[in-house]
Design a protein around this ligand. Structure first.
Ligand code: PEP
Ligand code: MN
Length: 264
């Protein structure tokens, strides 16, 4: 279903009237994690002011250590919904556990994010495949393109064809940066599937200063959008502080991208 062989034209995903895919670039901005109502309200204002039309934020966080902040949970969904609704921004948030799916539907999460660690959580994929919610499927950190395409097929097989691929860097031998952005995967995916492909430059580089260069590379290579982390005060972020853009940096990035592509 996801193969271009079966559907020649590029598919465009509709997210509350906002189009992802086609001839424009969508930038999804927001913090790594939902922290407080104030942090979300401020983030939403800055995301909107920068020109982004969709907002990200994790209420359930897949942390390496069980002792690290795990996310605000359902309370976080509530804070996110409130902050984003005030700015008219659809929300993108990660679903880690199939038992939370009904809650996500109750809070009307606009885009369900499947994280890198769950790309091959087949039961989770099957369940989101039975909803009609757009899904961002992040690439497993060591997944091949074929495995990634097959993971998407699990979602599509259930009837949900609203899938967006997200390249977020893969594991490599290099330690200077967090993950190695696989730019090559972008034209490969665009050839193999009709579905949109976006890039997360934040988790790839792991440092805010790398985000503009990786964003430009992604768009030049044919990506349909970006998933970018920002924070009203990056040094105070509870998670992924090093890679968060501050509001001015997000604004500059959007201005720069508008100069090279049709950014909506
Ligand atoms: C995220 O986007 O918040 C995240 C945890 O990313 P990844 O699954 O790519 O590590
Ligand atoms: Mn993060």
């Amino acid at each position: 279903i996801v193969a271009r062989e079966w559907h020649k034209e590029n598919s465009v995903i509709d997210i509350k009237g906002i189009k992802l895919g086609g001839n424009t670039i969508q930038v999804i901005g927001g913090p790594c994690s939902v922290e407080t109502q104030q942090q979300m309200d401020e983030s939403a204002k800055f995301v909107k002011a920068a020109g982004c039309r969709l907002m990200r934020g994790g209420a359930f966080k897949p942390r390496t250590s069980p002792y690290s902040f795990q996310g605000k949970g359902v309370e976080g969904l509530e804070m996110f919904r409130k902050a984003a609704d005030a700015q008219g921004l659809p929300i993108v948030t990660e679903l880690m556990d199939v038992r939370m799916l009904d809650t996500f539907l109750e809070w009307d999460v606009d885009v369900i994010q499947i994280g890198t660690r769950n790309m091959q959580n087949f039961d989770l994929l099957k369940e989101v495949g039975h909803t009609n919610k757009p899904v961002i499927l992040k690439r497993g950190m060591s997944a091949t393109v074929s495995e990634w395409l097959m993971a998407a097929e699990y979602i599509a097989a259930g009837g949900n064809h609203n899938i967006i691929f997200c390249e977020r860097g893969v594991r490599s031998f290099e330690t200077y940066y967090r993950n190695m952005l696989d730019v090559t995967a972008i034209p490969v995916l665009k050839k193999e599937t009709h579905l949109p492909v976006i890039v997360d430059p934040s988790h790839a580089g792991g440092k805010a200063w790398m985000v503009p260069a990786l964003s430009r590379a992604a768009i030049a290579a044919g990506a349909d959008g970006l998933l970018v982390e920002m924070h009203p005060k990056p040094c105070e972020a509870w998670c992924d502080a090093d890679q968060a853009l501050n509001p001015d940096e997000l604004k500059s990035l959007m201005i720069e991208l508008k100069g090279i592509a049709q950014v909506l």
